[in-house]
Every structure is written in structure tokens, then in C-alpha cells.
Design a protein around this ligand. Structure first.
Ligand code: ARG
Length: 462
């Protein structure tokens, strides 16, 4: 395709290091779509005859059928998907195939193909995130009043509701969705027609190709357009941030499914057994979601480091943009699907959660707050009095609620029997009704709002 000025062909190692066809064949659909838009525009502009444009279009469609049926052949001599398609087109329709590459370069071609691919990856992420967010909201609605220990430092802190805990992840994933939306908006400019780096002298119609490929407008600077991979980084960084959230959720599912916690039992369909220990049910899917997050962040790092320090415009380093994106997208799609199944189908164990909340003196803050409110004790002193009560409960191996009034009055005589109303975990949770707090009525309100928002998003994307 480019051998005119060369006396000798490339060495074996050159052919191998240069070949991107093993991975960029994944772009075949986008490559053919972009070529069809390009040749239609060349025909409409009279740059090639309408008759030749029709022959080329027809040939491209035959290639699409072949690839769909038989896969894409991998010939290193043809380097990449762009040359592979063009070589096949030449076999099918003869020298007229050579007119397709008028007024474009592989540089704007690959930028366009890759953008089209990343656009669908963003779309997949958004719809998968919609499903996972929906699953979280539904489970949160079911468990708006289910009490569990809330932790800081992984030490029992205050009782919270499971619904509140699950809605925390809904919030994270809603921010992630916004990042994919923003990525999609920034991506919405078509590089095709930027040619090698400087634009072209042919009278092309860039608005036409942009709109045929579903972009809002053409890119405004040809140098930027052929050397920009921000759209791929936007995808990888949004996926990384989301994968970090999924990994945290996975870690909690793993903890909750462990025997000492026993808060949840993960679905059989997303667990595995041990070949040696018959009792085991391992949370492998959750562990792999946690593990894959590392590879997704690694992919983002890989592309950032590929891009740093590259001069304008295209450099061959940029061919290395695709493997990390393809790998991360495959992993990320799987992580979202696995997590959605896990959230939808996990059996939560409210009695175990309740017992754990009960056991950890999770209502100690409520006793201190009661002393402040009912007995006008300064908070620092109330904190100290409560500490004594916790010590006493521990020495009697009971909960704060189970202490006798006389025991409590022995610590501080300002305590009276009304204190027991504050010490139950139900009362504690119900009292935290500040906006965004864990009280069941707050959680129910947030769940209702989230449902309405998800319905509206689903309506928008129809
Ligand atoms: N296979 C190349 C890539 O993925 C296509 C662009 C090649 N352009 C060039 N001037 N060699 O980046």
C-alpha cells in the first residue's frame, strides 16, 4: 500500500512490531461504516463519480457480510484493519477501490473508527449502569428499615439501615453515569476529513460525513483531531472511577458473605465451590470485580503514559491506544453485569445484621445525646459518662439497653427511665432523620426520588 519509495520490504521483526491487525480488527464495523460515509460524500461532491462511489459502497457491503460470516483475516503484511479492508476491496472490485482513500488518511480514519467504537462503549456503560443503579434502588427500597451496624474504621459506629448503605452506592454510580455522559458529549465531533494532519485540498463536505456518522459537528483543528485520544482516556477514566466504586462494593459483599459477618449470602449463580473443602462457597465473582478494577485502572494508566510527551500530530505510539481500551471495556462490561446480578439476587440476613448492631454498643452516641438533651449535660461530659456505661455493659456482657436503671443511675444520677427509649437501635436509626440521614423515612424518600430519576433517564434514552 505504501511501498513505492522502498527498495526492500520490511524485515520480519518490522512486520511483527508494526502489525495492529491482531487487535484492531475489532474495529472492522466502524471502519466500513466510516468508509461508506466517506465515499458517499466523495460521490456527492463529485470528487469521485457517483458510479464509482456506488461500486465502492457495494464492495464495502460485501466485505461486511464476509467478516460477519467468516471473521476478519489476519495478515501482518496488511498491518491494520484499514489496509485489510482496502486490500479486500481491491480484490473484489479492482483498481477503482484505490479511489476510496482520496482526501483522507489512515490518521483521520483510525481516529474516526476508534471514536465510533468508544461511543458504543460509553453507551453500553450507561445502560449497564442504569440496570445496576435500578437494582440498588429496588433492594434499598426493600430494606429501608433493615438495621445493620454502620462502621467507621470497620469498627461498629452507629446503627444505619441497609437501604441507606445501598443508596450510598447508588449515589456513587450516579456520579459515574454523569462522567460517561460528559465523555459522550465531548466525543461528539468527527475527525474524518482532517486527513494526515493538515486537512485536504479536495472540496470535501465535513458536515456531511460528521452527520452521516452521528456526530454533532466536525472537529475544528486537523492537528488536534488526528492526535487526540482524550475520548479514549475519558472512557478509561470514567471506567476506572466506576471500577473503584464496584471494587469497594465487591469488598463489602465479600465481607458480608464471610461466616463471621454472615450478613448476606451471595447467589449460587455467582459463587463457586472449593475442590478440597466441601463446605466452601467462595465469592469469586465479587473478588474478580475487585481484582479487575486494578486492571482497568492499569489500562487508563497505560494510555496516559502512551500519550504523554507525544508531539503533534500522529505518532505510531498511538497505535498502542487500542489494547488497553478493548481490554478494559471487556472487563468493565463484565464487572457491571456481575455486580448487577449480585445486588439483585443476594439474600440479606436482617437478623444477623440486627444482632451485630446490637452487640457493638452502636447506640452509645444516643445515650450521650440523650444526656445532652434531657439532662443538659455538656457533650464532652456526656461522652465520658457514656464511656463508663459501655465499660459496665462490657463487664456484664450485655448491651447498653440491657443495663438496669439502677446501674445507669450509679454512673450518673441524672439518668432516668426515659433513657431506654433512646437506647434501642430502632429509636437510634429513626432519630437520624436529618436530610440525607439513615432514618427509614429519609431512605424511603431518597429511594422514591431515585426511582423517578431512573424512570426519566430510561424515557430519555428511548
Ligand atoms: N494502525 C494505525 C493505528 O492504529 C493506523 C494509523 C496509521 N497511520 C500511519 N501514518 N501509519 O494507529
Amino acid at each position: 500500500m505504501w511501498g513505492g519509495r522502498f527498495a526492500e520490504g520490511p524485515s520480519a521483526v518490522m512486520r511483527e512490531i508494526n502489525a495492529s491487525i491482531p487487535f484492531d480488527k475489532a474495529l472492522w464495523r466502524q471502519d466500513i461504516t466510516a468508509s461508506k460515509a466517506h465515499v458517499a460524500m466523495l460521490g456527492a461532491q463529485g470528487i469521485v463519480s457517483e458510479a464509482d462511489a456506488a461500486i465502492i459502497t457495494d464492495g464495502l457491503e460485501r466485505i461486511a457480510e464476509e467478516y460477519e460470516r467468516d471473521g476478519v483475516p489476519e495478515d501482518w503484511d496488511l498491518e491494520d484493519i484499514h489496509m485489510t479492508v482496502e486490500a479486500r476491496l481491491t480484490e473484489l472490485i479492482g483498481p477503482v477501490a484505490g479511489r476510496l482513500h482520496t482526501a483522507r488518511s489512515r490518521n483521520d480514519q483510525v481516529a474516526t473508527d476508534f471514536k465510533l467504537w468508544v461511543r458504543t462503549a460509553n453507551e453500553r456503560a450507561l445502560s449497564a449502569l442504569g440496570r445496576l443503579r435500578r437494582a440498588l434502588v429496588e433492594r434499598a427500597g426493600e430494606h429501608a428499615g433493615t438495621i445493620m451496624p454502620g462502621f467507621t474504621h470497620l469498627q461498629t459506629a452507629q446503627p444505619v439501615t441497609l437501604g441507606h448503605h445501598l443508596m450510598a452506592y447508588y449515589e456513587m454510580l450516579t456520579r459515574d453515569a454523569a462522567r460517561f455522559e460528559a465523555a459522550q458529549q465531548r466525543l461528539d465531533e468527527c475527525p474524518l476529513g482532517s486527513a494526515a494532519l493538515a486537512g485536504t485540498g479536495f472540496a470535501i463536505d465535513r458536515e456531511a460525513t460528521a452527520s452521516a456518522l452521528g456526530f454533532a459537528q466536525p472537529t475544528r483543528n486537523s492537528l488536534d483531531a488526528v492526535s487526540d485520544r482524550d475520548f479514549a482516556l475519558d472512557y478509561l477514566m470514567a471506567a476506572s472511577q466506576c471500577a473503584i466504586h464496584l471494587s469497594r462494593l465487591a469488598e463489602e459483599m465479600i465481607l458480608w458473605a464471610s461466616q463471621p459477618f454472615g450478613f448476606a449470602s451471595l447467589p449460587d449463580t455467582l459463587s463457586t465451590g472449593s475442590s478440597i473443602m466441601p463446605q466452601k462457597r467462595n465469592p469469586d465473582a465479587a473478588e474478580l470485580v475487585r481484582g479487575h478494577a486494578g486492571r482497568i485502572v492499569g489500562a487508563a494508566t497505560s494510555l496516559m503514559i502512551t500519550m504523554k510527551g507525544l508531539p503533534l500530530a500522529y505518532s505510531k505510539d498511538m497505535q498502542d491506544d487500542k489494547p488497553p481500551v478493548f481490554e478494559a471495556a471487556g472487563l468493565f462490561d463484565l464487572c457491571l453485569a456481575a455486580m448487577t446480578g449480585m445486588i439483585a439476587e443476594t439474600t440479606f440476613r436482617p437478623e444477623r445484621m440486627r444482632a451485630a448492631a446490637q452487640a457493638g454498643h452502636a447506640t452509645a452516641t444516643d445515650l450521650a445525646d440523650w444526656l445532652v438533651r434531657q439532662a443538659d449535660v455538656p457533650f464532652r461530659e456526656a461522652h465520658h459518662i457514656t464511656g463508663e456505661a459501655v465499660k459496665l455493659a462490657d463487664s456484664k456482657s450485655c448491651s447498653l439497653e440491657e443495663l438496669e436503671l439502677s446501674d445507669l443511675q450509679g454512673i450518673d444520677e441524672r439518668i432516668d427511665e426515659r433513657v431506654f427509649e433512646a437506647l434501642s437501635i430502632e429509636a437510634s436509626v429513626a432519630s437520624r432523620s436529618s436530610y440525607g440521614g439513615t432514618a427509614p423515612d429519609q431512605v424511603e424518600q431518597r429511594v422514591a426520588e431515585a426511582r423517578a430519576r431512573l424512570d426519566a433517564e430510561a424515557g430519555d434514552s428511548e
